[in-house]
Each structure stands twice: as C-alpha cells, then as structure tokens.
Design a protein around this ligand. Structure first.
Ligand code: B1M
Length: 211
C-alpha cells in the first residue's frame, strides 16, 4: 500500500499527466480509501511540489504540469470522495478583478488550493465588484482570493473589498490578494486580511486562517 501511495506522489511531482488517472483508479481498486489516496498520496506529493516551488527547485511550468496532473487524479477521485463525504479543508473562491484578463497565476493558485483539499470556486477573469459580491452571497467562501496583474487594475481590489463591506458581508470571510504588482503593504492599505506572493504561500496562509 505504501508503495502505491509513494507512486501516486511521485507521479504527481513528476507531472506524468497521462499516467495519473489510471494510477488513481488502480489505487482505489487496490482497496485504498479515497481519503488515503488524497491525503497520503496526492496531497503528500503536492506538499513536496509546494516546498520545491518555494525553494526554487521547481519552476512555474513544472508546477503547472503537476497541478494539471492533480486535476487528472481529482477527476477520478471526486466521485469517490463525494461518496465517502471526506471533509474539505474549507471553501476557497478566487477571481481576477475587473479589467484584468490574466489568469495563469490565478488558475495556478486555484489548482494548488484544490490540490490542498479545498473546495474551489473559480470565478474567472475580469470580475466586477458586484459580480464578486453576488458570488460570495451564493457560495459563502471561507477565504476569498483576488488576483491582479496590472497596476491599473489593482484599485479594483479595494473597490471589491469596499463593495463587500457595503453589502455587509466583508467580515464573513478572510480576503487574500495576490499577483505580481501586489504587495503586503498594499494589502494592508486596502483592508485585505493578507497577501500571498505565490500559490504555495496562499495555501499555507489560508490553512493558518482556518486553524
Ligand atoms: Co500581460 N502584462 N498584458 N498579458 N503579461 C504583464 C503582467 C506585464 C508585467 C508585462 C510587462 O510589461 N513586463 C504588464 C503589466 C505592467 C503593469 O501593469 N505594471 C502586462 C501588460 C501591460 C499587459 C497588457 C496591457 C498588454 C497590452 O495589451 N498592451 C495586456 C492587458 C490585458 C488585460 O488584462 N486587460 C496584457 C495581456 C497579456 C496576455 C493576454 C497576452 C497574457 C495573459 C494570458 C493569460 O493570463 N491567459 C499576458 C501575460 C502572459 C503576461 C506576463 C508575460 C506573464 C503573466 C503570467 O502569467 N505569469 C506578464 C509579465 C510577467 O509577469 N513576467 C504580463 C505567470 C504566473 C504564474 O505568475 O500571474 O504573477 P503570476 O501569479 C503568481 C503570483 O503573482 C501569485 O501566485 C501566482 C503563482 O505563483 N498570485 C496570487 C497571482 N494571483 C494571486 C492571487 C492570490 C494569491 C497569489 O490570491 C490569494
């Protein structure tokens, strides 16, 4: 069983996309529970990816590949997890703010959260403040992530937080901001709870919030 779990982790770390679905199914067929496949196989592998990314041993294309490989596993695992009612780590919602079409980083963050066991609602790009307010009311996330890659769209993050305040729902969740031009100081200034420079740190911070 340990060999199978190690193999799942290794396949994920190496980003062997074509092998992942078959191997995940094999792991379930061998009698491993969906929770063990997720926690001890896939998330153990994702943890290594996150650490290697932070330390500079892995780079964005490799992380994206691992994240996509995780998706292949999740496609097989999702029905088994739903049947077993495995608890999620929390609900995470993410959006790229209005006027901004960059989504590679946002999707990487979303995938890392999914990989870390969160239920993820990915709203997409170019999301107006009001659309985010409406989505928060519908989905009630524990953590909201806002992404902006342009200095010209950063003010939309503040506008979104203000709209959430005006709607009276700001305090129901933690808000984290990120994207290349965003800084910790900016996050504080606009009333976010935190800032994450990369996807792995975003996951770590969200886990800290929800402890
Ligand atoms: Co754009 N672009 N772009 N672009 N583009 C940048 C951002 C730019 C820095 C390039 C440059 O001039 N050197 C520049 C911004 C300058 C500025 O504002 N200071 C720029 C510009 C100017 C533009 C246009 C205006 C160009 C034009 O049309 N004249 C235009 C704007 C379009 C728009 O959005 N309205 C534009 C368009 C595009 C493309 C469509 C061609 C394409 C986007 C494709 C896509 O996303 N589907 C694109 C790209 C690819 C880039 C660069 C080259 C790469 C961005 C990227 O994907 N990085 C970028 C230059 C650069 O960054 N080197 C650039 C990889 C990604 C994994 O990193 O997104 O930073 P990143 O995400 C990281 C972290 O920031 C963090 O985690 C991620 C993973 O570690 N993170 C979060 C991100 N969001 C987070 C949210 C969180 C937490 C962490 O919440 C919890």
């Amino acid at each position: 069983m340990t060999e199978m779990l190690n193999s799942l982790a290794e396949t994920l770390i190496k980003g062997k996309m074509n092998d992942m679905a078959g191997l995940t199914q094999q792991a379930l067929d061998s009698g491993l529970s969906a929770e063990d496949v997720l926690q001890k196989g896939l998330l153990a592998g994702m943890d290594v990816v996150g650490k290697r990314f932070k330390s500079g041993e892995m780079f964005i294309p490799e992380v994206l590949r691992s994240a996509k490989t995780m998706h292949k596993a999740m496609e097989v695992l999702r029905p088994a997890l739903a049947a077993a009612e495995v608890k999620t780590a929390g609900k995470f919602m993410i959006a790229t703010v209005e006027g901004d079409l960059h989504d590679i980083g946002k999707n990487l963050v979303a995938m890392m959260f999914e990989g870390a066991g969160f239920e993820v609602v990915n709203l997409g790009i170019d999301q107006k403040a009001q659309a985010i307010v409406d989505a928060v009311k519908t989905h009630q996330p524990d953590v909201l992530g806002l992404s902006a890659l342009l200095t010209t769209t950063m003010p939309k993050m503040e506008e979104t937080i203000n709209a959430l305040k005006e709607a009276g729902i700001r305090d129901g969740m933690r808000i984290m901001v990120g994207g290349a031009p965003v800084t910790e100081d900016f996050a504080k200034k606009i009333g976010a709870d935190g800032y994450a420079p990369n996807a792995a740190t975003a996951v770590d911070r969200a886990k800290e919030y929800l402890q």
